[in-house]
Design a protein around this ligand. Structure first.
Ligand code: NDP
Length: 297
């Protein structure tokens, strides 16, 4: 039997619509639009595409977008001065600095300079700490989006066995924390994990965030499990094509035969990331204005 598809694109559209409605009420209550500032240093083509999409999505949601594009040779002091200016600008509720930064800039220094209360990417060490001890803060967008998809599909996650493959600070670790907070029993697997297929076979929920094309095979999946594929990998182009196919970290064709539900790539986790970013920016705006954050946001 073939797994049900988890339609992240449709879910993300619904979330964006909700953000749009709440952003309009925010504007009435606060007398200004919620504002998101995006800083891009250099000309990395993928980053340019992301920044353009974030700008458009922000404006489409009825929020104000502040875009700051700096040349690749910008020095640290200039970048930190811009972050400081944005930290102190009351029209800016959320700040994100598009990664990766050019090699001469230290990402941790720059992220640490962003006010934790405007750190809508949730990468600041204070927000990682808040997540870890269960305090209100900002959670990285991709894992929060995965949790939303899982709760939408499964409802209560209490007591379910979850295996997160990958332990990065931006996906794997916060994902494991969110699943733990949702009362799942969580295992974090990584490149040193022994017998990875056997570990994954225990899971009612598999989250793959590895960065290796189609690594998780169908025969690693427990029948009926829910599979969330965070991976975005572009394969080499087939002869006669200029672009290779996008695939996830899960071998979709074989996993689909065994899983109960699975996210496709593209159209699964990917669209959730920007939708959750907008959501986080709107949450920041409510907090900055001392307004209650709507419960359904
Ligand atoms: P990282 O490279 O930072 O982390 C990868 C993790 O996978 C590491 O913890 C690593 O283990 C683990 N790993 C690598 N090889 C293996 C292996 N053979 N077996 C088991 N574990 C392994 O990646 P990210 O977390 O940043 O991203 C993961 C994937 O998610 C990528 O494909 C990325 O493109 C995608 N992504 C998608 C987003 C979206 O919007 N949908 C957003 C962010 C990322 P170790 O720690 O031991 O080295």
């Amino acid at each position: 039997m073939s797994a049900q598809l988890i339609d992240g694109k449709a879910f993300a559209e619904g979330l964006r619509k909700k953000v749009g409605t709440i952003a309009a009420s925010f504007e009435v209550a606060a007398g200004r639009k919620a504002g998101l500032a995006v800083v891009l240093v250099g000309e990395d083509p993928a980053s340019q595409v992301y920044v353009r999409s974030k700008h458009k999505a922000t404006v489409d949601s009825g929020m104000k977008s502040f875009e700051h594009r700096l040349p690749a040779d910008t020095d640290e002091a200039t970048l930190l001065a811009l972050v400081d200016q944005l930290n102190n600008d009351p029209a800016v509720d959320g700040i994100l600095c598009q990664l990766p930064l050019p090699g001469h800039l230290d990402e941790q220094t720059v992220i640490s300079a962003i006010s934790p209360d405007k750190d809508v990417d949730g990468f600041h060490i204070i927000n990682a700490g808040r997540l870890s001890v269960g305090q209100e803060g900002f959670v990285p967008c991709t894992p929060l989006g995965c949790l939303m998809l899982l709760k939408d599909r499964l409802g209560d996650l209490s007591g379910l066995e979850a295996v997160v493959v990958g332990r990065s600070n931006i996906v794997g670790k916060p994902m494991a924390q969110l699943l733990t907070d949702a009362n799942a029993t969580v295992t974090i697997a990584h490149s040193r994990t022994k017998d990875l297929p056997d570990v994954v076979r225990r899971a009612d929920i598999v989250v793959a965030a590895v960065g290796r094309p189609e690594m998780v095979k169908g025969d690693w999946i427990k029948p009926g499990a829910t599979v969330i594929d965070v991976g975005i990998n572009r394969l080499d182009p087939e002869p006669g094509k200029d672009k290779g196919r996008l695939v996830g970290d899960v071998d979709f064709t074989s996993a689909r035969e065994v899983a109960g539900a699975i996210t496709p790539v593209p159209g699964g986790v990917g669209p959730m990331t920007i939708a959750v970013l907008l959501r986080n920016a709107l949450v920041a705006a409510h907090r900055n204005e001392g307004l209650a954050v709507p419960a359904d946001l």
